[in-house]
Design a protein around this ligand. Structure first.
Ligand code: F0G
Length: 460
């Protein structure tokens, strides 16, 4: 008999999770103003809010933390991280930051000026937030196929080169400070971008003299998909694939809390010394001195080890298999989601589950609240609350897709937890016709409103 699959690690430490009753959850979510971000973590059974900063570090990462050098300037931890970044990504210059959005803040401070245009493949919300905060425009050039959740294609997160070229052609060079290519494409469902698309995007950028910035939060998962899905890469190691990806990039920002498998951290790296010198000043202003930025020495050491470990195939395989298991179970139960299963999450198609709910009542948020009430599982809305209002007209933006993201933290939950999640989704799917009303906003912040929004049920 062929032996079944097993993870390439065993577990040394556990953390208890608390169960609750539906009546308790009804009260807690009301107190949280129907915003899942406002729940306390001990009111949650399985927390799928994000895979960011929520992974389990390895024994080697914990050991590396003890080697942290907390010197203000020139810490040896910094040099260990610098060596790792230059070996894995081939980037000569980098600035540590406390997380991904801080890296965006630093580099956009150096690159963007009011009125600029930044094309990309579904900018992440903090990226878009930093662009719009500077009175610039984020132009989405994602392929149209990404918004058909039932279409099964291998690289559904790609940049549409035709759309990108149109933006580059129609705007003067000085109005487009960079193009952002996000790997994997989080907003489109954790969908990967092929090496071919990365290379062709870079070629197009070069032709127009615009630098290409890789938003690299889940770069290793993207490399895993290239290895398994793109012709010519099956025999290459993840590290070889990553090295090739970054030969095409001029700049990278990274939230290290994802594929770096650390609880906090990020950086911006670049090839240009001139840009490094410009960005340096903003790093010092917003984050910290250039050899620690927003990170302590021990965090930089944990990240150096995390980047090395998580660019090994077996680690990525264990993780992406688990995400796929959730997708396979949902297939069995007929629950629609963005196909194929992505790298870090399953994005349940809320519009398909609740087709009669008006979009003004926040379809994906309604589904997220139902999942919490059903089983204490916390996902996150990727829909019209997240899409915010148009900065000029102040009208709500209603994206094509209303998704409930179930992000799987790395090495945290077992396959049994996955089965509970799938069963809870199935129960809601079976009683979907009884869900006839959604929510309305009672408070919202002017930017990135989803974190603090307050809601109340619409009563009919
Ligand atoms: N870029 C991408 C593609 C991201 O997914 C994130 C964060 C960021 C940038 C910003 O990084 O959180 O470290 O400041 N995504 C998290 C998520 C929050 O849940 O997907 P950060």
């Amino acid at each position: 008999m062929e032996l079944p699959y097993a993870e390439p690690y065993k577990i040394k430490m556990t953390e208890p999770i608390r169960t609750s009753t539906r009546a308790e959850r009804e009260e807690w979510i009301r107190e949280a103003k129907y915003n899942l971000f406002k729940l306390r973590s001990d009111q949650v059974l399985i927390d799928l809010l994000t895979d960011s900063g929520t992974g389990s570090m390895s024994d080697r990462q914990w050991a590396a933390m003890m080697m942290g050098d907390e010197s203000y300037a020139g810490a040896s931890s910094y040099f260990r991280l610098k060596e790792t970044i230059s070996r894995i990504f081939g980037m000569p210059y980098f600035l540590p930051t406390h997380q991904g959005r801080a890296a965006e803040n630093v580099i956009f401070s150096a690159l963007l000026k009011e009125g600029d245009i930044v094309p990309g493949n579904s900018h992440f919300d903090t990226t878009k937030g930093h662009i719009e905060f500077r009175k610039c425009h984020a132009v989405d050039c994602t392929i149209d196929a990404a918004s058909d959740t039932q279409l099964e294609i291998p690289f559904k997160g790609e940049m549409d080169l035709g759309k990108l070229e149109k933006v580059l052609k129609e705007n003067p060079r000085e109005k487009v400070p960079c193009v952002v290519l996000t790997i994997t494409n989080n907003t489109a469902g954790g969908q990967p971008v092929s090496m071919r698309n990365i290379r062709e995007t870079a070629e197009l950028c070069r032709r127009y003299g615009v630098p290409m910035l890789l938003d690299s939060a889940r770069f290793a998962e993207n490399a895993y998909f290239i290895k398994n899905r793109e012709e010519g890469y099956a025999d290459k190691s993840i590290k070889e694939i990553v090295r090739e990806i970054y030969t095409y990039a001029d700049i990278m920002t990274i939230s290290a809390k994802k594929d770096g498998v650390v609880n906090m951290g990020g950086f911006v790296a670049m090839r240009s010394e001139e840009l490094f010198r410009k960005a340096m000043m903003f790093n010092i202003m917003f984050e910290g001195y250039i050899t620690y930025g927003g990170m302590s020495g021990r965090d930089m050491d944990a990240l150096a080890v995390g980047l090395d470990e998580n660019t090994e195939y077996a680690q990525l395989d264990a993780r992406i298999r688990q995400v796929k298991l959730l997708g396979d179970l949902l297939d069995e139960y007929g629950v629609p989601y963005q196909r194929p299963a992505g790298g870090h999450a399953i994005f349940v198609d809320a519009k398909k589950i609740l087709p009669n709910l008006p979009k003004e009542e926040f379809i994906a948020q309604t589904l997220g609240i139902e999942l919490y009430l059903e089983a204490g599982i916390r996902g996150v809305e990727i829909g019209s609350i997240l899409a915010d209002r148009d900065p000029e007209t102040h009208e709500n933006r209603y994206p094509k897709l209303e998704l409930l993201r179930l992000a799987i933290p790395r090495r945290v939950y077992t396959d049994n937890h996955i089965r509970v999640i799938a069963a809870a989704c199935r129960n809601i799917y079976e009683r979907r016709e009884s869900i006839t009303s959604g929510y309305r906003i009672t408070f919202e912040a002017p930017i990135l409103r989803h974190f603090t929004v307050e809601l109340e049920p619409v009563k009919r």
